[in-house]
Write a protein that binds this ligand. Sequence first.
Ligand code: CAA
Ligand code: FAD
Length: 389
Amino acid sequence: MSPDFPSYSPAEEHELLRQTVRELADAKIAPRAAEIDETGEFPHDVLAALVQADLHAVHVPEAYDGAGADALATVIVIEEVARACASSSLIPAVNKLGTVPILLSGSEELKKRYLTPVARGEAMFSYALSEPEAGSDAASMKTRAVRDGDHWVLNGTKMWITNAGVSDYYTVMAVTDPTLGAKGISAFVVEKGDEGVSFGAPEKKLGIKGSPTRQVIMDDVRIPAERIIGAEGTGFKTALATLDHTRITIAAQALGIAQGALDYAVGYVKERKQFGRPVADFQGVQFMVADMAMKIEAARQLTYHAAVKSERAMHGETIKDLTFVSSACKCLASDVAMEVTTDAVQLLGGYGYVKDYPVERMMRDAKITQIYEGTNQIQRVVMARQILK
Ligand code: CAA
Ligand code: FAD
């Protein structure tokens, strides 16, 4: 009897990809990470390096000039970039988040028009679901889209939009029928250059400072009717179905941050001497390192497992527990990232607490992974609903 396990261990190509991304990240991203954090400026040089290496949006299918990488490969790219710089990892991650709604539900015309420039590195995409009064309860959004002949007219404010201002295109969820609740929400592509689009001031954040977070404000934005993604009224489902694929990328980001912190702390404790020997000789330190590595590996396995399920779902297979595993890996990996980065700061002692060393930045960057793409309380709501339904 031959085993029929759904394989989720990385293939040789995945490991080669990891090596390529790690080399690029070590050479071009890691040396910039502290400065990106300090200045809070979007790293255009990192974007250029990722575009040159074709790592900025690896998930885009070959049919649209993309690399056609599978979901596990995409996870590995994000993980390795995040190991060096969490802000930079939002370039491939949010390019995926913004475009999955089109991949899942968009017309062929929309796919050709919007995925191709992203694949070529000529444009970036953001995803605009949240609003000032509608975060966890995303369906309570107020942004309106009203049909006017061959056009839709959008009015409203989207909040917390990652890479807003830098991205050329935005997937915007808006209410098309206020009497229907979640079934009255539709998804659209809005362009940065559309008349009536403006951006709020960049938020001043705890971490991921090199990734701009701004409001996207729409004031009578008139867009052609063809820019609706899927049928009218399907936008909320598309938005949630997208998150089933992309919460896995946030897990990847969290894993990368945690691995970066562990790697740094391990190097440090082997060098740092107290009581006449390296602090790595003390069992109290060794047990912390062991726990950190154990938690990362557990989160990694769940994330890779979810990535394989996501890929199979993208190819049309029905994966009944995709929503569960996607929430579970995001929730677990982000909690692990917070624990591991906090422990890394602890292992560096006072030096961990200052900006001369990278672990305090990693700890600040880790926090957002417990909040965005649904807070970890919401992940637990999602998982519990899947279990109890
Ligand atoms: N896929 C497809 N459809 C789904 C779905 C899924 N995973 N989950 C639910 N649906 C469908 C439901 O079946 C339902 O449709 P029917 O009425 O036809 O059955 C419809 O969507 C509404 O579902 P619910 O009744 O479950 O919706 P709800 O209002 O109770 O909310 C929620 C559910 C899970 C709380 C959801 O609002 C949620 O996930 N909130 C968190 C928001 C979030 O994650 N925001 C992320 C913003 S992006 C971001 O942060 C960016 C970044 O990281 C960089
Ligand atoms: P609230 O929903 O107000 O939650 C407040 C608290 O109540 C939280 O602890 C929450 O977990 C808890 N809570 C709420 N409801 C429940 C419940 N039912 N059960 C238990 N606890 C609950 N959004 C986008 O659309 N696109 C983006 O690109 C994007 N990028 C972001 C980048 C950053 C840096 C940040 C900070 C946010 C970003 N977001 C983005 C928004 C993010 O997804 C929301 O902040 C998140 O979903 C939580 O919404 P909220 O901030 O309104 O918190």
